[in-house]
Design a protein around this ligand. Structure first.
Ligand code: F6P
Length: 323
């Protein structure tokens, strides 16, 4: 019998986290389950900083970016003392389940926690990076790629007016998935991502072969790419091709904010709803994801092993369409 659960958001915030919190609270309430929300991720567990979440606590938040519970990358939780304090506080709450919304770091934290306390923990994949195994789209990814696409459209306007080359850096510390989809949607001429062996010499050759009639050229670089980011790439291009009029644009944290898209809100709601159902079914140490429109539960250990492979079709698509 699940009577009381906890919830927190952890790691980088992502649009749709609020929709997910709302779904968890409302689903729990529907089944007469009490919910307490810890503030600022694992920091809130250590400080026992929590709030009771009721139906009205989550009113008017489905459309909002960020997270009403706040979030953090807790360095204290990585210490033995921090972990023990968190465990002690959690035990005192006598919870029957726990929902963690976050990315791979958050789920690694959940794995650690579960070694020290007998608690049913389930995860909701919340990160703009989309770098978790066990879901087609993480919460935040769709909004982020739409934000980047909009930015690329705007950059395209000015690039075209000036006949310029733009190197645009997007987020994705270890993954090029934001770069990949937004590059396709923004009609980018080239893509540099950590998953692909990037040959900068090859890129230069490609640039030299670009049609003279092409008035704008956009190269999308994932921040985690081995080239070292947009400024490094731009410097290299400038050295080898001084004829290009070149500019750099680093999109940064605007990618993490904004109102979640429709798809985001629906997916986040489905995931939150099913996280509570999973706890009611006795599940533990699993991430709730959506694959081919079906809810799928993936053990945390597997979910955090993000694959190095990009979709080959998309890779070929970008090569052909940008030629
Ligand atoms: O949450 C994922 C992410 O946005 C990465 O793409 C990025 O590298 C990182 O977070 C930035 O984190 P922070 O906001 O803590 O600097």
């Amino acid at each position: 019998m699940v009577k009381k659960i906890g919830i927190l958001t952890s790691g980088g915030d992502s649009p749709g986290m609020n929709a997910c919190i709302r779904a968890v609270v409302r689903t729990a309430g529907y089944h007469h389950i009490e919910v307490i929300g810890f503030k600022s991720g694992y920091e809130g567990l250590i400080d026992n900083n929590f709030t009771v979440l009721k139906h009205e606590s989550v009113s008017g938040i489905i459309q909002k970016g960020g997270t009403i519970l706040k979030t953090a990358r807790s360095a204290r939780f990585m210490t033995e003392a921090g972990l023990q304090q968190a465990v002690q506080n959690l035990k005192a709450h006598k919870l029957d389940g726990f929902v963690i919304i976050g990315g791979d770091g958050s789920f690694k934290g959940a794995i650690e926690l579960s070694k020290h306390i007998d608690l049913h923990i389930v995860g909701c994949a919340g990160t703009i990076d989309n770098d978790l195994v066990g879901t087609d789209f993480t919460i935040g990814y769709d909004t982020a790629i739409n934000t980047v696409t909009e930015a690329l459209d705007k950059i395209r306007d000015t690039a075209e007016s000036h006949d310029r080359v733009f190197v645009v850096e997007v987020m994705g510390r270890d993954a090029g998935l934001i770069a990949m989809r937004s590059a396709i949607a923004g009609g980018a001429e080239a893509l540099l991502v950590p998953e692909l062996k990037n040959d900068l010499e090859k890129l230069i050759e490609k640039m030299k072969g670009w049609r003279k009639t092409k008035s704008s050229k956009i190269i999308v670089v994932a921040e985690g790419d081995e080239s070292g980011g947009a400024f490094k790439v731009a410097e290299m291009i400038k050295n080898k091709c001084p004829e290009f009029d070149l500019r750099v644009s680093v999109l940064g944290h605007i990618q993490r904010g904004g109102n979640p898209t429709c798809m985001e809100r629906v997916n986040a709601s489905m995931v939150g709803f099913n996280a509570v159902k999973a706890l009611m079914n006795g599940e533990r140490n699993k991430m709730v994801g959506i694959i081919n429109k079906q809810i799928v539960l993936t053990p945390f250990e597997k979910a955090v092993k993000h694959t190095e492979e990009l979709n080959k079709d998309l890779e070929e698509l970008i090569e052909v369409l940008s030629s």
